[in-house]
Design a protein around this ligand. Structure first.
Ligand code: HEC
Ligand code: HEC
Length: 241
């Protein structure tokens, strides 16, 4: 697969240089190559990674029904004034934050690389407006319990937000990676690992902090805008926590 990327990169360089292939086919436009990379976990140089950009980001103005993502839609992303709630002021840095922390990338995507340029061309293509507002991003720093909600709603939240990575509850069937714990069974370990702390508290912390604040791993954090406390409470009710 590495070879495939190299071949595509070579094709792209050919395209930038303005020379077509031997076959006479039109060279692949950079934005199309970027879209392919966006949807391919093999963009990452880690063989342990199973996530592509598309695992956590939609690219339509509104999220399709049945999808709740940790990451915001990237529609109009190139037209935003800054990213990650103002922490990032260069688009490639915002992308690399995801690439290094969630996709286990070892080396940052460098600005001059064909892959970075192609991704940029794709992100520009899905950004039709000249200017777009920044996406609000509120990190829930202090973990507090949330009221439990309706379990039918909780099941819908599980399917929309967690199932793609974690697979079916109780079995993990269909999960994206073996590394993603089986829910809620993983909490059986919590009395030993986190004695005295309510299981739900550990799960809320994982969802709100992802891999950060010393939690570790490669799961993304859910901001308040990405997942409301009401939906989180419904989810906990569904998981019996
Ligand atoms: C495992 C999930 C995950 C993966 C994979 C991922 N991201 Fe993200 N991304 C996030 C989260 C979470 C945020 C921060 C949420 C926020 O800013 O609201 C984010 C934020 C961003 C932002 C900033 C958005 C903004 O307006 O603030 C960009 C740009 C971005 N990601 C691009 C990418 C690209 C390109 C890839 C693939 C190379 C990628 N992401 C892979 C989860 C992910
Ligand atoms: C993009 C993929 C992805 C999504 C989406 C995701 N997770 Fe995870 N989650 C993981 C991975 C990978 C791990 C194991 C590595 C780690 O701890 O980060 C994990 C670990 C966990 C753990 C176990 C932490 C421990 O004690 O070891 C819990 C609890 C959890 N996730 C809950 C959730 C819930 C609830 C949702 C939905 C709101 C969710 N996750 C969405 C990938 C994901």
């Amino acid at each position: 697969m590495k070879r495939r990327h190299q071949a595509m990169a070579a094709l792209l360089v050919g395209a930038l240089a303005g020379c077509g292939g031997d076959s006479g086919d039109a060279p692949e436009p950079a934005a199309d190559f970027g879209e392919t990379l966006f949807q391919d976990a093999r963009l990452s140089d880690s063989t342990f990674n199973r996530f592509s950009c598309a695992t956590c980001h939609v690219t339509t103005p509104e999220a399709p029904a049945g999808r709740i993502d940790s990451g915001p839609s990237l529609y109009n992303v190139a037209a935003r004034p800054h990213w990650w709630g103002g922490y990032e002021t260069h688009l490639l840095d915002a992308v690399n934050f995801c690439y290094l922390n969630f996709m286990r990338g070892v080396t940052k995507l460098a600005p001059e690389e064909p892959r970075s340029r192609a991704l940029y061309e794709y992100l520009s293509r899905i950004s039709p407006d000249a200017q777009a507002p920044a996406v609000p991003f509120t990190v829930v720093k202090d973990i507090e319990d949330v009221p439990r909600g309706d379990t039918a709603r909780g099941e819908a939240v599980y399917r929309a937000a967690c199932q793609n990575c974690h697979g079916a509850t109780h079995t993990g069937e269909g999960r994206l990676t073996e590394l993603a714990s089986v829910l809620p069974e993983v909490t059986r370990e919590y009395d030993r690992l986190f004695p005295g702390i309510p299981h739900a508290h550990v799960v809320i912390e994982k969802v709100r902090h992802g891999a950060f604040f010393g939690v570790g791993g490669s799961m993304p954090p859910y901001s308040r805008e990405a997942l409301s406390d009401a939906d989180l409470g419904a989810l906990l009710g569904y998981l019996g926590l």
